[in-house]
Design a protein around this ligand. Sequence first.
Ligand code: OGA
Ligand code: MN
Length: 285
Amino acid sequence: MQLDVTALTPGFCAEIDGVDISKPIAPEVRKEIRDAFDAYSVLVFHDQPMDDDTQVAFSRYFGSAEIGGGANPAVGTPFSRQSNLDIKTGEIIPSDDRRMHYQKGNMLWHMDSSFKADSSLCSILTAREVPPEGGNTEFASTRLAYESLTEDEKEKLEVLEVDHDIRFSRGLTGYKYDEAAGKGFITARHKLVRTNPGNGRKSLLIGVHAMAIVGWDEGESRALLDDLAARAENVIYSHKWRNDDVVVWDNQAAVHRATPFDNTRYRRLMQRTTIALEGAWPAMD
Ligand code: OGA
Ligand code: MN
């Protein structure tokens, strides 16, 4: 073992030391990173100064990055920015600006890109500039939520499918996609229970974009989704960012959310790459 893997809560989230991820990584170390990812769902790396090029290179080990979307998107690049800074001027965006509305949605538990037909294996978020206080990112385990169910409950869930839709989830915070902006969005249908191919452990594909259980009436559907979401919140890790942190999270086994900071006073800039599930873990040698 080359890596030092330290669990941050029992069985969920781990700090990884002993590798410089801004440089090419040997296949056996990549394998250790993958095993830790499969085991802990969220990996925290400290003191890893990244720029866009090194982030793209690191991201390739996980699969192919989605192109431009999300918050304040850098259109046509593989990045989503989580930031209160104007992409052109670098100045703080006024808090009543439309672009800041996205942040509200981000504060609800979610899995990135679960509203896409090809959902996401993982996201990689690099801290370029962090506020001195606030702005933690919180993670909750939908794998431990699944594993807390009884065998009967697990069996019942096994056959279910869920419709995920970002028009639904953004509607919850009062954001309406106009016709043009809504174009291209679909309702994505995924199995509720997901099996990790690396270790066979199961998790729930839920979060704020999960709109309805297919074939169930609205009330029952909402009740089940809310109950599963509440179970996930039993195990939470709150990440306090330092500059040059890199966090990789599993979008199939964990939900996450942003938390507030004084965005009129402090600057925050994080760059996210989002890896598609399709074509994940490419062989590279
Ligand atoms: C994300 C996200 C939360 C944050 O990058 O997908 O939800 O705290 N970020 O910026
Ligand atoms: Mn997110």
